[in-house]
Design a binder for this molecule. Structure first.
Ligand code: XMP
Length: 184
């Protein structure tokens, strides 16, 4: 896998420190509140699991599975497909939606609208990465670990063609990896 990497943007240690700091902030903001954390799969899977284990009180967890890309592509397909939604009741809960990256904003704005219909007490958005340069919908994260430039990134849950999620850091792939795939 290492040979496929052009540049490491955030190391394992940097990620660990930022995730711990963010968990501490969440612990302060949500102490004595009923908190439901909703992770967006598959991208948030590693961020979500590290983050929730650093929150020192009991929270409810659920997931939504959404699909944005088709196959070996770095361009979103336009419409976010919700493959499965939440199963728990979020009325009377404070909801925190956790995703890997806020890019165009389409996925998270659709999900926020969808969850709002279930009348939670509050709803906030928490992302590992914020890529402002490609924003199409006016949405800003309430909590964020890192701001990034307009680069397609992989690792720590983020994929290209479903690979590289298991890289323990966040990186940019070599150009050859994209061109070796039929679609870019
Ligand atoms: P939008 O554009 O709706 O995108 O904000 C959200 C989803 O798109 C995926 N995404 C990426 N995945 N590297 C990835 O591996 C990237 O640079 C990237 N940008 C967007 C991601 O799944 C996110 O939830």
């Amino acid at each position: 896998m290492k040979n496929d990497i052009r540049e490491v943007l955030f190391s394992t240690v940097e990620i660990k420190n930022r995730v711990s700091g963010l968990a501490q902030k969440l612990a302060d903001d949500y102490v004595h509140k009923n908190l439901t954390i909703i992770g967006i799969l598959n991208g948030s899977l590693i961020f979500l699991s590290d983050l929730i284990r650093e929150i020192p009180f009991a929270v409810k967890i659920d997931t939504i599975k959404a699909s944005t890309y088709v196959g070996a592509s770095t361009f979103p397909k336009g419409k976010t497909e919700i493959i499965h939604s939440i199963n728990i009741n979020v009325k009377d809960e404070h909801v925190l939606i956790v995703d890997d990256i806020l890019d165009t904003g389409k996925t998270l704005s659709e999900i926020v609208q969808m969850i709002t219909k279930y009348s939670p007490l509050s709803i906030k958005v928490c992302v590992l990465l914020n890529k402002m340069a490609r924003r199409e919908i006016a949405i800003a994260p309430d909590y964020c670990c890192f701001e990034i430039e307009d680069k397609f990134v992989v690792g720590y849950g983020l994929d290209f063609d479903n690979r590289y999620r298991n890289l323990p850091y966040i990186a940019v792939l070599r150009e050859g990896i994209f061109t070796a795939s039929k679609i870019i």
